[in-house]
Design a protein around this ligand. Structure first.
Ligand SMILES: Nc1ncnc2c1ncn2[C@@H]1O[C@H](COP(=O)(O)OP(=O)(O)OP(=O)(O)O)[C@@H](O)[C@H]1O
Length: 391
């Protein structure tokens, strides 16, 4: 099998070339010697990232691609390959060597436990699976908003999209993960007005995680439904992420059941995506006419708790519930703070420009109407030891 190595010298703090020259090149060439195969090296480009390289490579038969970069590099490679027709052409095996800032896809797939600044073992988990491990298809999302795009991590609106929009201007001053926290604090009091419609698959109803039964249950009441069985969720929203991986940073887990690590009964199929919603009006003390100070109290209270005491603590926020005074507890019988849905896709209809900001694997676009579907495919796979990816 021929190999290609694609590296992004701009990802993270710019270390891809250093890793390539130090160890990765030697590791790849030693692996290939046994097979008498060839390797070609490509540096990503300022205008198209990894897209143009992928369009060219996906025409080659049975390729293994080592990617040195972050989520943006993987995203651009996949988008280029899909736009170039990889899903109808030859399979591609991806091996990620993470050199980005968040490395969400890598962290979700391989769950590196060691991430000390002075140690790089965590970056080698996928490389060590390059030979001898199994191949798993990635779940992708197809996004239609006038153009067609693809995502392999997250499509988001509301708070997360605003964070990605605002954090880019902080990159030079804060090259690490801190820039996401600063942007989160700047947007904590905002609400976004939109209608979310969760789509059912022909053979699968829309489900919602039930904290009491610890299972996904078909939605039968509590929401407006269409005749086709789609579920309507009206805003305002504070948070709305669709995810096919569990984490967005190595220790930030918004969707704890979206990757293959959770217990089998909670695992997502390849035809579904997980949708994480926070609507402030689920709180017993808030309605859509809440004052600025009430919104601020919600943003710096329950919402901050979900982010920092839940998502940053291995996803425990899925169990958070409201008390009657609007405070948050992990016990009690009030409504859950987070609505955790599972569907084959969704439509987002923004009521105004503010709610039109959409993040697609880190790229921010403006669109009032966005349709997203899980995209089952077998052509683009990652190497890993079982059990890892969803089936
Ligand atoms: N030659 C280049 N010059 C300038 N920018 C580049 C070049 N090649 C790629 N890029 C851009 O670098 C950006 C950052 O890459 P990437 O997303 O992989 O890293 P990151 O943002 O640090 O990590 P993560 O997405 O995991 O947080 C991408 O948007 C990509 O288009």
């Amino acid at each position: 099998m021929p190999w290609a190595v694609v590296w992004n010298g701009n990802a993270g703090d710019g270390q891809a070339k250093q890793f390539l020259d130090q160890d990765v090149r030697r590791y790849v060439e030693e692996s290939l010697e046994k097979d008498h195969q060839q390797v070609t090296y490509f540096q990503t480009e300022a205008d198209s990232g990894a897209r143009r390289i992928a369009q060219r490579l996906c025409k080659e038969k049975g390729l293994r691609v080592v990617l040195l970069g972050g989520d943006g590099t993987v995203h651009e490679f996949l988008e280029g390959a899909l736009q170039g027709g990889a899903h109808q052409l030859h399979p591609i095996q991806l091996v990620i060597f993470p050199t980005g800032t968040a490395n969400a896809l890598y962290a979700s797939l391989y769950r590196p436990v060691v991430r000390a600044e002075d140690k790089d073992d965590w970056r080698w988990l996928a490389m060590h699976c390059a030979n001898g491990a199994q191949s798993y298809p990635l779940t992708l999302m197809r996004i239609d908003s006038g153009d067609t795009r693809y995502a392999c991590v997250v499509v988001s609106h509301a708070l997360h999209a605003a964070i990605l929009r605002d954090s880019e201007s902080l990159r030079a001053e804060h090259p690490g993960l801190d820039r996401f926290k600063i942007a989160a604090a700047q947007n904590a009091s905002c609400w976004w007005n939109a209608r979310l419609i969760l789509h059912r698959a022909p053979s699968r109803a829309v489900t919602r995680y039930d904290t009491d039964t610890d299972s996904f249950e078909e939605i039968k009441n509590g929401y407006e439904m269409t005749q086709q069985g789609d579920v309507i969720v009206d805003g305002p929203f504070a948070y709305m992420n669709a995810m096919v991986v569990e984490r967005l940073e190595p220790t930030f887990v918004p969707a704890p059941f979206a990757s293959g690590h959770c217990k089998p009964s909670l695992r997502r199929s390849n035809e579904e995506l997980d949708v994480i919603v926070i609507r402030p009006t689920q709180s017993p003390i808030l309605d859509r006419d809440a004052s600025e100070s009430q919104r601020s109290a919600f943003g710096h209270g329950p919402l901050t708790q979900v982010l920092f005491e839940g998502m940053y603590r291995e996803g425990t926020h899925v169990k958070f519930k409201y008390n009657s005074d609007g405070s948050v507890t992990t016990h009690g019988d009030g409504p859950t703070v987070v609505e955790y849905f599972r569907a084959s896709g969704y439509s987002w209809h923004a009521n105004d420009d503010h709610a039109s900001t959409t993040c697609i694997d880190g790229t921010v676009i403006q669109s009032r109407n966005v349709k997203v579907n899980a995209l089952p495919q077998d052509a683009i796979t990652v190497r890993a030891n079982p059990p890892m990816a969803v089936s």
